[in-house]
Design a protein around this ligand. Structure first.
Ligand SMILES: Cc1cc2nc3c(=O)[nH]c(=O)nc-3n(C[C@H](O)[C@H](O)[C@H](O)COP(=O)(O)OP(=O)(O)OC[C@H]3O[C@@H](n4cnc5c(N)ncnc54)[C@H](O)[C@@H]3O)c2cc1C
Length: 477
């Protein structure tokens, strides 16, 4: 029986989903107070209660309960987000999807799968592998982050160059709206791989960070897994040559599956951390991957090597899977390498996700280095070069308030730099609480249209308040 609306929130939730699905003791709430953002780590923002639903109906009833009293409700996957997105900025309920993580169906013949939002990306890949399939968007946090979080943030990774972002792979979503109603986007019964039918609501919910609705099931496009891959490693005397090299590849009709950049700061950090890689010196190093059938890869890797050698000072390539895996393992440990290069400092996630036009990457990194030097803040640059995504690992001693202040200023100036050079403040990590202040500068009047959609779908403002739209920060003044 439903508890009266005057009963304590956790009691009302227990009456809806059962006692074992509600957390309200302070110690167990604590992990839900944070995500990976530096913003969240600075203050305990524990919610009043956490709900662990098992079904869509559980979610719908919890949302209806929240709507009755105007209580904020924040969806949470694994909490690996870097913007405070999964943190309850105004208290209320966190709805965490760790119990809704089933693979409901894998349909190879129709190149799609249906999954629950709490499924971890790596577990999904493991389930797809025996079918010869894979899910292309590949965030660095893939062993922890969930498909629901990826869709809500439109996540991606190194393979976005060739394969695109999560958005390209979401065919349909089951969504609980702010009044508790449940809809399917992309056609309630559709298993089609494309559609021009009606307004694309799937795209609207992807990237909306839990502010328009709560995702309870995803119909995802998957792809045949390329059986082979190889990586060309190329070192350059000047950053500008990396852009020329990539353009040479485009001119030859080659789109690599990844093109990852290490700026000189990252090269030095990785050389120290993994000396056995014998990474060559350079102002920049690129890892360029090709994939496909073994025959194709064997000739493609030589073709890429011949082209990048025109601009690079040193090149070599890895074809054996073990050698390729070693290179990628080193690249994915970039954050650890950056921290080791600056003993006593911690890597923070702030200003870490600029995306700029490819041709602007050298200017962006050069200017960013100057700003960091001016402020006296240590920073390592690297990124998904092939799609213009520049990551910065800012390193600070969190116990030094002046250094923290300077790091905040650096992050702020990096965001503004991205907009100035024709880019975006976030290529893949989202807006959350930390980037709302840049939304007006980046989107202009389109921000008002986003807000009108928000107000229409969530008139009481209960879904993830304090994210994307922060009225004070986004006002015209
Ligand atoms: C070391 C590290 C490396 C990373 N590398 C990458 C990378 O390469 N590429 C990349 O894109 N990101 C990366 N990230 C950021 C992060 O992992 C991604 O944004 C990821 O998609 C978040 O997934 P999550 O399950 O942790 O979501 P959470 O952090 O729990 O939530 C993220 C957002 O999604 C919303 N949300 C979660 N579930 C739902 C749901 N069911 N319905 C509606 N909204 C929901 C939340 O409210 C929040 O706004 C990295 C993070 C870390 C810590």
């Amino acid at each position: 029986m439903a508890a009266p609306t005057t009963a304590p929130l956790a009691d009302r939730l227990r009456a809806i989903v059962g006692a074992d699905a509600v957390i309200d003791d302070r110690a167990t709430l604590l992990p839900y107070a944070y995500d990976a953002s530096f913003w969240s780590l600075r203050q305990n923002r524990a919610p009043e209660a956490v709900v662990l639903p098992r079904t869509t109906e559980d979610v719908a009833r919890v949302v209806r309960c929240a709507a009755e009293t105007g209580t904020p409700i924040v969806a949470r996957g694994a909490g690996t987000g870097q913007t405070g997105g999964a943190v309850a900025a105004s208290g209320g309920i966190v709805i965490a999807f760790s119990r809704m993580r089933e693979v409901i169906a894998i349909d190879r013949a129709n190149l799609q799968a249906v999954v629950r939002p709490g499924l971890v990306f790596a577990d999904f890949q493991d389930a797809l592998r025996p079918h010869g399939l894979f899910f292309p968007p590949d965030p660095g946090s893939g062993r922890a982050c969930t498909l629901g979080g990826m869709a809500a943030n439109n996540a991606s990774g190194p393979h976005a160059v060739r394969w695109g972002t999560t958005s390209a792979y979401v065919l349909g979503l089951e969504v609980v709206l702010a009044d508790g109603a449940v809809i399917w986007t992309g056609g309630a019964r559709s298993r089609a791989l494309k559609s021009s039918s009606g307004i694309d609501l799937t795209k609207l919910f992807v990237g909306s960070e839990g502010t328009l609705g709560i995702i309870t099931t995803l119909r995802l496009r998957v792809q045949p897994r390329p059986p082979a891959r190889a990586v060309v490693l190329a070192a350059y005397a000047a950053l500008e040559d990396t852009v020329r090299s990539l353009d040479d590849l485009f001119a030859a009709g080659i789109l690599p599956s990844t093109a990852e950049l290490l700026d000189t700061s990252a090269v030095t950090a990785l050389q120290r951390w993994k000396p056995d890689l014998a990474l060559p010196d350079g102002e920049a190093v690129l890892f360029v991957e090709v994939e496909g059938t073994p025959d194709h890869v064997a000739s493609a890797v030589r073709g890429v090597d011949a082209i990048v050698r025109r601009r690079a000072t040193v090149t070599r390539f890895a074809e054996e899977e073990a050698a390729v895996a070693r290179l990628w393992a080193a690249r994915s440990g970039m954050a650890a390498a950056a921290a080791l290069a600056h003993p006593g400092k911690h890597r923070i996630f702030a200003g870490e996700d600029l995306a700029v036009p490819l041709t602007e990457i050298p200017r962006t990194i050069r200017r960013a280095r100057e700003i960091a030097a001016e402020l006296g803040v240590a920073v390592t640059f690297y990124g998904h070069f092939g799609d213009g995504n520049v990551h910065s690992a800012i390193l600070v001693d969190p116990a030094d308030p002046d250094e923290v202040r300077r790091a905040d200023e650096l992050a702020d100036r990096l965001h503004r730099l991205a907009i100035e050079v024709g880019g975006t403040v976030t290529g893949e990590h989202g807006t959350g609480a930390v980037r709302s202040r840049y939304m007006r500068a980046e989107h202009g009047d389109a921000l008002d249209v986003m807000k009108r959609i928000k107000d229409e779908l969530d008139p009481k403002g209960i879904l993830n308040p304090g994210k994307i739209w922060n009225e004070e920060a986004t006002s015209r003044r």
